[in-house]
Structures are given as C-alpha cells and as structure tokens.
Design a protein around this ligand. Structure first.
Ligand SMILES: Cc1ncc(COP(=O)(O)O)c(C=O)c1O
Length: 487
C-alpha cells in the first residue's frame, strides 16, 4: 500500500511544528518529567482501536501526550549521567535517514549510506587519532560498540590459540582471560556476559578510577602465561573523567600477548583537542576502541562507534554472509560485517552531518568548551561552603557532595526544578542552544543511598549530585566559560 503523499506532507508538517515547539521550550522548561511511565501508558495504551487514525492526528496525539513524560535532556540545566544534546545538522540528517529508509547493511543495496558511513569513519579515525585503515562500524551505543570490539578480540585471541570460535563455540575452548580495571563501566561486564566470557578479573584502580598498570602486570604474570587474554582499559571514567595510563598499561598487556580494548564512550573525544590530548596519550596503541557520538558529539540517539585495527578479526568475529546477500569484492566493507545487525538504520549519516557542520575546529571547540566549563564550575564551587568536589577535574566530569544525603537531594531537587537557562554558556563553547556544554556527572543523576546505584558507586561512594550554577540567595554569578578556551 502506498500512502497518499499528502499524508506524508501533513504528518511531517505537524512533526516539524512539534519539534520546533520542543526545542523552543527547552531553555525554560522544567528539566524533570511531570508524568510517570505508568501515567503515560494509560494515555497510550488500552485495546488497539479497530479503525485507524489520520497520520497527522497520530503525530499530534504523540507529541501532546508524550510531552509531560519527557526529560529535558538537551537542556543546559540537565546534568545527569553522560548525555548529549543534538547539533542541528545531525538532527535534520536523522530525519533524512528515516525518509530514505534504507536498509543499510550492504554497500550493494545502499551505496550512499555505506559510502557516507565510510567517509565519516575516516574522519573519526583522524579526529580521534586512531590508526588509519582501522575498520569503523556504527553500532547503537558505546555498550554495543564495546561488545562488537570484544567479539573481534575473542575471535582473534582464540584463533591465535588454534580455536575456531565460529565453528566450535566456547564449550571446550581455551579459557580467555579478560582483565579490566576495578572502575570499568558496568556495560563492559554486560558485553562480556553476552559474549560468554563471564565477569572480568578486576585490577585495582586508584582513587580517580585509573587502572594501576603495575597491578595489571602482576595480575597478568600471576595467571597462565599462554592463555588468550584481553585487557580492557578506559578513556574517561564516568564519575571522575579520569583516563587510564595507556602507555604503561598497554605495554604490560603486550608483554603477555593480550588484545587491548579501550572503552572511550565519552572520553576518546579528548584526542580531538590538542590541549587535552595528553589524556589519551598512547591510546592509539590499543587494538580496538568503543565510543559514541550521542554523548560528546551531540548526535541524536543512537550513535555508537566501534573501531578495530584488525579488520579481519572484526569481520570474522561479527560479520555474516548469505548467498542471497550480494557483496562487492571491492570498495568499502559492508556495514553488516562491522556491527552486530544485518538490517540496520544508517546511523553513521547523522554522525557525518555533525562532523561536517562543525568541522574539526568546531569539534575541538565543542569538546574543549565542555572541559573548560567543568573546570570553571569546579573552580567556582571550590570556594562555596558546604560543597565538596570529589574528583580531580581533568575532562568533563565533576562529582560533588553537599554534606549529607538529605542536603544533596535537596540541591538536586532545586536544580531539577529551576527554569533559568544559560544560553551564554552554550554559545561560549560553540554549541547550539539546545546542546549541553558541560557534564557534571555521577553514575546516577538521582542521588542514591540504596539499591543498584549504591552498589556501583565505587569511586565516590557517597551521595553526590548536580547543582545549580547560581542558587536563589547565592552570591555567585552565572557561570561563564573562559572567553578564551584554555585548550
Ligand atoms: C565509560 C562508559 N562506557 C560505556 C557507557 C555505555 O554507553 P551507551 O549508553 O552509549 O551504551 C557509558 C555510558 O555512560 C560510559 O560512561
């Protein structure tokens, strides 16, 4: 059935109007949603009506009824987790991707999206200072980027040990040792679980969450020397923003023949900024990297990025082939050989659009601006009584405590309820009005003293929170990024 083109016209016009209203409201909108998921379900659920509804009316219903349950994550006043906004070109490109509706698994079927993703991949390797010629794939997020890279690692390390994991699976295979810093991100454990590799052996980390390279070496030394091994490092700790000491850690891993993977979900982007590049020094010596564009680069969800030096390992470990799927012998590799999906959305297209609209200079300013703002925020709050900075602010992360859990909750509530916006900051870092220029993070944006949040709050175990740049009754002025970025 082919819908009348007027239906598209009207539905898209309504979507455009609702999008405009949403973006316009962000600076003043209360960050926190006012409806629960249950309440939203009541509005959207019930028996599926027998008769259909006009497309434009569906869009109106969606936008109007979803709005109360949306969190203003793109707002300059949203400080939870590590979540990005959206640069205009990427948002518009994302619409185009839906309109094109390409099944983007094969070059043969969709040369444009495959070619655009290939071009974006080359730009990313250059920006992030990763080895040229590495394979780049566009997964759903950093978790799946890590999963994809680790599938390549598993394939290669077992192949080197004489075992074909594709043919024989893991049962009876040589045991693959996986080592990770004690302060790795939880999603890494998830990826390892999916791969049947179990929980990693944990290597002690310092107070900022950086792996101890001497302990890494002795842990490697203490196990079977000939076991296939994978070492997982981190560029950017969620709580502190700290980076693992790559040269020493990678050197230890190499001495034991380990594959080195780096989870650089948001931190790998430090490599794009000359003044921050010391943080990622040596990261290019690893074998694989997972990051994403939906955090630091401000591309709409979802946009994970995996890069693997050993293309054969990636394509063998993750790719698929079928006689009915025509593959070119020349030109770029098919996207389906580089990420876990066969049918897939062309996620790399909005990434290309963001990169092209910002240029390398714009990316540098965006990343540097966020780090500058975090540093400035930390500096300004250092003198405020009752506010305790818990981390060394090296990148975009700032963890704070406000004396007691109760007070921290009150501060968080205040920030969440505030309606004042900080467009000047956003402009100062070259970000669009809707993009967040600074991250102030902990594992959970809601203070947690019990349950899952607490279990994982290892580096900074007390309740911490995100706070107003200027509270009512406070004497501090609004935060401005340094007019001349330090980086
Ligand atoms: C260091 C790190 N790794 C992995 C992830 C998971 O990323 P995603 O949510 O894109 O899967 C995060 C998320 O914040 C992270 O901070």
């Amino acid at each position: 059935m082919w819908a009348d083109s007027d239906d598209y016209e009207r539905a898209l016009e309504r979507a455009r109007e609702h999008t405009r209203k949403w973006l316009e409201a962000l600076p003043e909108r209360i960050v926190r949603p006012s409806a629960t998921a249950d309440e939203v379900k009541q509005r959207f659920g019930g028996p599926l009506p027998e008769t259909g509804l006009d497309a434009a009316a569906v869009v109106d219903f969606l936008a109007e009824n979803a709005e109360p349950g949306l969190m203003a994550m793109q707002s300059g006043r949203f400080f939870g987790w590590v979540i990005g906004g959206t640069v205009p070109a990427a948002m518009a490109a994302d619409w185009l991707v839906s309109a094109w509706d390409q099944n983007s698994g094969l070059c043969f079927a969709s040369p444009s999206t495959a070619g655009i993703e290939e071009a974006a991949g080359e730009w990313l390797l250059e920006l992030l200072n990763l080895p040229p010629g590495s394979d780049v794939g566009f997964a759903t997020g950093a978790s799946m980027a890590n999963f994809t890279a680790l599938a390549a690692a598993r394939w290669r390390q077992l192949a080197n040990a004489g075992w074909d994991v594709n043919a024989d699976g893991l049962q009876g295979a040589p045991k693959v040792r996986v080592l990770a810093g004690a302060e790795r991100h939880d999603s890494l454990d998830m990826a390892l679980r999916f791969l049947g590799l179990g929980a990693p052996e944990l290597v002690p980390a310092d107070g900022q969450g950086r792996i101890d390279p001497t302990a890494l070496r002795s842990t490697l030394e203490s196990g079977p020397q000939d076991a296939p091994a994978i070492v997982c490092l981190q560029a950017g700790n969620l709580h502190s923003g700290a980076f693992d000491p790559f040269p020493a850690a990678i050197s230890a891993a190499r001495d034991y023949g380990a594959w080195v993977h780096v989870d650089g979900a948001f931190g790998l982007w430090a490599a794009a900024v000359p003044g921050l590049r010391h943080l990622t020094e040596g990261v290019e010596l690893a074998d694989s990297w997972g990051t994403d564009a939906h955090k630091t680069l401000n591309v709409p969800y979802d946009a994970g990025i995996v890069a693997v030096r050993d293309a054969a390992a990636l394509r063998s470990g993750i790719g698929m082939h079928a006689v009915y799927l025509m593959q070119d012998d020349h030109g770029p590799a098919d996207p389906m050989e580089k990420v876990p999906e066969l049918s897939r959305r062309a996620r790399g297209v909005p990434v290309w659009a963001a990169l092209r609209s910002l240029g390398s200079d714009g990316v540098r300013q965006l990343v540097a601006g966020r780090a500058d703002c975090a540093a400035e925020l930390g500096h300004r709050l250092a003198g405020v009584p009752g506010v305790e900075g818990l981390n060394d602010v090296v990148f975009t992360q700032l963890s704070l405590a406000f004396g007691s859990d109760e007070r921290t909750r009150a501060v968080t509530d205040y920030v969440m309820a505030a309606t004042r916006t900080l467009p000047a900051r956003a402009r100062a870092v070259g970000a669009p009005r809707a993009a967040r220029p600074v991250s102030v993070r902990r594992g959970c944006s809601q203070p947690t003293t019990s349950g899952r949040g607490r279990r994982r709050a290892r580096v900074f175990p007390r309740t911490t929170a995100h706070f107003p740049l200027r509270g009512r009754g406070s004497t501090a002025g609004p935060l401005r990024c340094p007019s001349r970025p330090r980086h």
